[in-house]
Design a protein around this ligand. Structure first.
Ligand code: URA
Length: 263
């Protein structure tokens, strides 16, 4: 193969693997990240009795908590979050991705972070994973206009890498306020990253899915039932997980139908 052809195929391989951004203009202290978020005991208390929520000592960017708390409605939260300069992902993302669907919905989905298509369009879950999420919603008789959809992070991590603990901790006050303003009847954490961030746990999605948690809304006594589901991007790679995803969607549907049904 000629040198030009070899270089082209290496580049194509990198793009295929998700390394499609030139990054790292901002230094990133991975040692600091390791100690960024204090964790609870790995052994969870019984789920019904276990209020969730971020521990008070998790790091928060200067102003993030104040800016989020000062927002009295979704418009002002969106403006405050978009203006927030504490997270370096903002530098590399094309668009700020806030939310989609109905703010009056009783069901709120929270994913991980925008992917390439979401970054292009400025809307969450509009790429291949989003199309599968739409089909999962249709399976329980809902469409996007009847639910509310957002992500833990509003900026795409370059090359679709996993968000770091520190990026999540920096943005968490905004998603917490987001939840409190939407005040859904049921919360759905889409995938392990969202579930771990919202439940403040290191447990994996395979242990978190299939059961109900009480999400403790920070700064209030409110509790919202939370279900973690397998991420549709995972299901696209591992269709065998669809049976579990289906079970969780049915449980969510039942929970929406009445507080007495647990699924
Ligand atoms: N994956 C997510 O978690 N969120 C999106 O918006 C798209 C893909």
């Amino acid at each position: 193969m000629a040198v030009g052809g070899a270089i082209t195929s290496v580049l194509a391989w990198q793009i295929e693997a998700g390394a499609d951004e030139a990054i790292a203009e901002t230094p990133f202290d991975r040692l600091a990240v390791a100690s960024a978020r204090p964790r609870r005991s790995p052994e969870p208390a019984p789920e019904a009795a276990r209020p969730t929520g971020r521990t008070a000592s998790a790091p928060v960017a200067a102003g993030a908590g104040e800016a989020a708390a000062a927002a009295t409605d979704l418009e002002s939260l969106k403006a405050a979050f978009e203006a927030f300069d504490g997270c370096a992902l903002k530098e590399t993302a094309t668009n700020f991705v806030f939310a989609d669907g109905s703010p009056n919905a009783r069901l709120m989905f929270i994913g991980e972070a925008p992917g390439a298509e979401e970054d292009r369009q400025g809307l969450p879950f509009v790429g291949p994973a989003g199309r599968l999420l739409d089909r999962m919603l249709a399976a329980i008789g809902l469409d996007r206009s009847e639910v509310y959809i957002t992500n833990i992070l509003p900026w795409r991590p370059p090359g679709n890498r996993n968000p770091t603990d520190s990026e999540i901790a920096l943005c968490l006050p905004f998603i917490e306020r987001h939840i409190s303003l939407v005040d859904p009847a049921v919360l759905v954490a889409v995938g392990g990253t969202a579930a771990k961030a919202l439940l403040d746990t290191r447990e994996g999605i395979m242990r978190l899915r299939g059961r109900w948690f009480d999400y403790a809304v920070p700064g209030s006594d409110a509790r919202i039932p939370l279900r973690a589901i397998l991420h549709p991007a995972y299901l696209l790679r591992q269709p065998g997980g669809k049976r579990d995803a289906w079970t969780d969607m049915i449980a969510i549907k039942k929970r929406l139908a009445g507080p007495g049904t647990t699924g």
